[in-house]
Design a protein around this ligand. Structure first.
Ligand SMILES: NC(=O)C1=CN([C@@H]2O[C@H](COP(=O)(O)OP(=O)(O)OC[C@H]3O[C@@H](n4cnc5c(N)ncnc54)[C@H](OP(=O)(O)O)[C@@H]3O)[C@@H](O)[C@H]2O)C=CC1
Ligand SMILES: C[C@H]1O[C@H](OP(=O)(O)OP(=O)(O)OC[C@H]2O[C@@H](n3cnc4c(=O)[nH]c(N)nc43)[C@H](O)[C@@H]2O)[C@@H](O)[C@@H](O)C1=O
Length: 314
């Protein structure tokens, strides 16, 4: 990408899209195209076709999607499949029709089989059944990867697929039910501290393990890949370290300074027992994350507090 390249960040207001935007601004890029979903509904084929014909971006970061935690995925199964298929089909196909030089598609670690060997290697894709709670979302993401590769094979498109692990950071989604675990617990421990509540409830058994990457570190990796990676297939992006949900809860409790008890609601699903990414591909290329989990939680908590009463709920 050149400094004056025309860059479209789909989902620029989201946690990942805004992190990518910050990174590109820091690197001196100036020529951005952005649209909010109320102006351009990426599920609408004609709106997207008209937008691409009019704007003809040189580069595309596809960070727009219907995203949420385990309960949201399992509740809105049709929307997670339909919205994500529509968004990615429209953006990938119209990028091809309008000569986009390079596109990055963002998948997720949930694309891998529920019981795959750990850490997860890229070649484990489609080697076993998926975790049921987020199967619709995972199927959509797998379709996106395959679509990028199919457009490379038939039309020579340089479209790459990045697979981030669980993410957190600035502009995260703090919706009490629809959010991911880390932002959900930041909000719940904060509110419990404010209300002097005797305990905080964690969903599930607390025994699943998860890996968490700060969104600004992800943006660094996305920038590196957009500048240097031109292969089919997928690239895992993660820290290579994980911890149990129980240990995460105690870490967030410590950062926020909550002194009550932690209880577990085992009526809620645990989901995949573990999904640690094998990050050999990227680490061989010299990329490594640098925001520790405790630092990142502190940054995210301050960002949450800075938003006052209005918190970003989606
Ligand atoms: N969060 C995580 O833990 C992980 C996320 N990812 C992937 O990263 C990408 C971004 O996720 P994240 O930043 O967390 O998500 P967010 O929910 O923070 O942002 C999603 C963005 O998508 C846009 N969007 C959603 N639906 C539409 C639509 N119909 N039309 C136009 N825009 C739409 C929203 O735009 P607007 O604000 O204008 O409404 C929003 O800015 C996704 O592809 C996700 O799968 C991958 C792994 C983990
Ligand atoms: C990124 C990834 O994110 C999702 O998969 P997930 O990692 O399972 O999602 P999660 O963050 O919601 O849960 C992680 C673990 O944490 C436990 N947990 C405890 N207490 C709360 C809680 O309060 N909220 C939530 N959401 N989870 C909680 C929860 O029970 C589970 O065991 C999918 O979008 C998937 O498609 C995907 O891509």
């Amino acid at each position: 990408m050149e400094k004056d390249s025309k860059i479209y960040i789909a989902g620029h207001r989201g946690m990942v899209g805004s992190a990518i935007h910050r990174k590109l601004l820091k690197e001196g890029f100036t020529n951005f195209i952005t649209r909010t979903s109320d102006v351009l509904d990426l599920r609408n084929q004609q709106q997207v076709a008209d937008f691409f014909a009019q704007e003809k971006p040189d580069y595309v970061f596809l960070a727009a999607a219907k995203v949420g935690g385990i309960i949201a995925n399992n509740t809105y199964r049709a929307e997670f499949l339909y919205d994500n298929l529509q968004i990615q089909n429209n953006i990938i196909h119209n990028s091809y029709l309008n000569g986009v030089k390079k596109l990055m598609f963002l998948g997720s670690s949930c694309i891998y089989p529920k019981m795959a060997a750990q850490p997860l290697k890229e070649e484990y894709l489609l080697t076993g059944p998926l975790e049921d709670t987020n199967e619709p979302y995972a199927i959509a993401k797998i379709a996106g990867i395959k679509m990028c590769d199919a457009y490379r094979a038939q039309y020579g498109c340089n479209y790459i697929s990045a697979m981030p692990t669980n993410l957190y950071g600035l502009n995260d989604n703090y919706h009490p039910q629809n959010s991911h675990v880390l932002p959900a617990l930041i909000r719940r421990f904060h509110e419990a501290k404010e209300q002097d509540a005797p305990s905080v409830t964690i969903w599930g058994t607390g025994s699943p393990k998860r890996e968490f990457l700060f969104a600004d570190d992800l943006a660094e990796a996305c920038f590196y890949l957009m500048q240097n990676y031109n292969e089919p297939g997928l690239v895992n992006i993660g820290t290579g370290e994980d911890l149990s949900i129980k240990d995460l809860a105690y870490l967030i409790k410590e950062v926020i300074g909550y002194t009550g008890e932690i209880v577990f609601d085992t009526s809620k699903p645990d989901g995949t027992p573990r999904k640690l990414m094998d990050v050999t591909k990227l680490s061989k290329a010299g990329w490594k994350y640098h925001t520790t989990l405790k630092e990142g939680i502190t940054f995210a908590y301050h960002d949450y507090l800075s938003k006052g009463v209005f918190v970003t709920e989606r």
